[in-house]
Design a protein around this ligand. Structure first.
Ligand code: BG6
Length: 473
């Protein structure tokens, strides 16, 4: 690492931020006219989430947003990424607006602006109105494209005078694959043919929303947030390198090429064709996709992947290996792991940023990165989370390295500001700078307590990153 601290200044106006998502923090799941979302339903069905945890109350941000924004202000955040709950705005997904839901986000945005915090709004972070699921199968129907565009268009018209940064969809690659390939998210399906059809529809919806944004009066910028995992070949054997090419094409290019260029990578098309999987593409789709080029790429980065060629296939070979022509994921022995067994790889973030710059030449906004850990609230209400500070510090230095190497990064939003609900792992998996006094079974006081990392990140922001050099492990 370099020693001259002056070299550690991040760009002026760097969006030092933090993130959240509506279902994971708001609670108030059926208050003030909010409609039911697919997660409200899915989380209540037995066996889907950790110990049946759900977002009914979450961390009660809906009622405590003023206190939360005051904490953000105290920290000095420059930006805050949050999502709007579609079913709070349109309880049935379309048709009648819910004025109280609209007002909630008006107040949140106004409080943020008054605190000099740039709002970054995610239009869709997985909580689809259940009504659309019931009416036409949600993302499985092309009907959703215009409903999503209409919902987004309302947001642009109503909040666009105050919001400059918009995220279309959060981690399409995760919610589609988890929802239709692995059956772990709603609607809990495990059918690859359906997954790819849904994915194409989400691509069209994403592009339509960007088109809608261009037609609106908004002066801001828009892009998707993608869960990017750079992958490494396990060694220099050509077969493993080819396996890695397969993996990259399927897990990254398959989405990002469509976002940026409006076309699917040929290897994936070829492979799906061999497997008899189609998207049900119709005339005009190509034009819609091409019109959806984003202003920036939003990246959620947590971990890298290590892959190799599967030499001897057998009946235990995974569905993925079949899909990816005998490519399989394996452990990376060089990386440490989090409490939830996610590999920790800060350099992987530099690699991510360099790869994106080389392929797409677009500015990048890091919309999520953080450490899920078991935190301990001490008697005196402190939380000593040096492991989180180390994690974020290493990742921020990795971001700076990429900036120094020519990548345009406009901001970094940690995951997350307060502790919140992990979709499948409950409340014990904590990511925040602010501890929330609740656990999986007990709502307790829901009081907020600043962790050590709160003061540490405050210092990073105040010094525009310079303190990263001196904050030792
Ligand atoms: C991302 C999501 O996938 O990762 C977040 O956008 C999520 O909503 C975060 O919470 C961390 O994942 P997990 O499984 O640890 O909650």
């Amino acid at each position: 690492m370099k020693s001259n601290s002056l070299e550690y200044n991040f760009p002026d106006n760097f969006l030092w931020g933090s993130s959240s998502a509506a279902y994971q923090i708001e609670g108030a799941n059926n208050e003030d006219g909010k409609g039911t979302s697919i997660w409200d339903v899915f989380s209540k069905e037995s066996g889907h989430t950790y110990h049946g945890t759900n977002g009914d109350i979450a961390v009660d941000h809906y009622h405590r947003y003023e206190e939360d924004v005051a904490l953000m202000k105290e920290m000095g955040l420059k930006s805050y990424r949050f999502s709007i709950s579609w079913s709070r705005i349109y309880p049935e997904g379309r048709g009648k607006l819910n004025a109280k839901g609209v007002l909630f986000y008006d107040k949140l945005i106004d409080h943020l602006l008054a605190a000099n915090i740039e709002p970054i709004v995610t239009i869709y972070h997985w909580d689809l109105p259940q009504a659309l699921q019931d009416q036409y199968g949600g993302w499985e129907s092309r009907e959703i494209i215009e409903d999503f565009a209409a919902y987004a268009s309302f947001l642009f018209r109503h909040y666009g005078d105050r919001v400059k940064y918009w995220i279309t969809v959060n981690e399409q690659n995760v919610f589609v694959m988890q929802g239709w390939l692995f059956g772990l998210h709603p609607p809990g399906v495990k059918e690859s043919a359906r997954a790819f059809k849904v994915n194409h529809i989400v691509n069209l919806a994403n592009a339509r929303v960007i088109e809608e944004f261009r037609l609106s009066d908004c002066n801001g910028q828009i892009g998707p947030s993608f869960a990017y995992s750079p992958s490494y070949p396990n060694d220099s054997r050509p077969e493993n390198n080819l396996a890695n090419e397969n993996y990259k094409a399927f897990f990254n290019d398959f989405w990002l090429d469509v976002y940026v260029w409006g076309r699917y990578p040929s290897f994936v098309l070829q492979r799906l064709n061999e497997l008899g999987i189609s998207f049900d593409e119709v005339e005009g789709d190509q034009q819609i996709l091409e019109k959806g080029k984003p202003d920036f790429i939003g990246i959620n980065y947590y971990q890298s992947s290590n892959v190799e060629f599967e030499w001897s296939k057998n009946e235990k070979s995974s569905m993925l290996s079949n899909l990816l022509k005998s490519t399989k994921k394996i452990e990376n022995p060089f990386l440490e792991k989090t409490d939830w067994n996610w590999s920790i790889d800060p350099l992987g973030l530099t690699i991510t940023l360099r790869q994106l710059e080389s392929r797409y030449h677009l500015p990048i906004l890091i919309t999520e990165n953080g450490l899920g850990a078991f935190d301990q609230l001490e008697e005196d209400k402190t939380v000593h989370d040096s492991y989180r500070m180390n994690y974020i510090r290493e990742h921020l230095l990795a971001v700076k390295q990429a900036i120094d190497e020519g990548v345009t990064v406009i901001g970094y939003c940690s995951w997350s500001f307060t502790d919140l609900l992990s979709w499948l792992n409950g409340y014990k998996k904590r990511y925040g700078f602010v501890y929330i006094d609740r656990d999986d079974t007990n709502i307790r006081t829901l009081n907020r307590y600043k962790k050590d990392s709160f003061y540490w990140y405050q210092q990073v922001i105040t010094t525009n990153g310079e303190s990263l050099v001196n904050s030792t492990k």
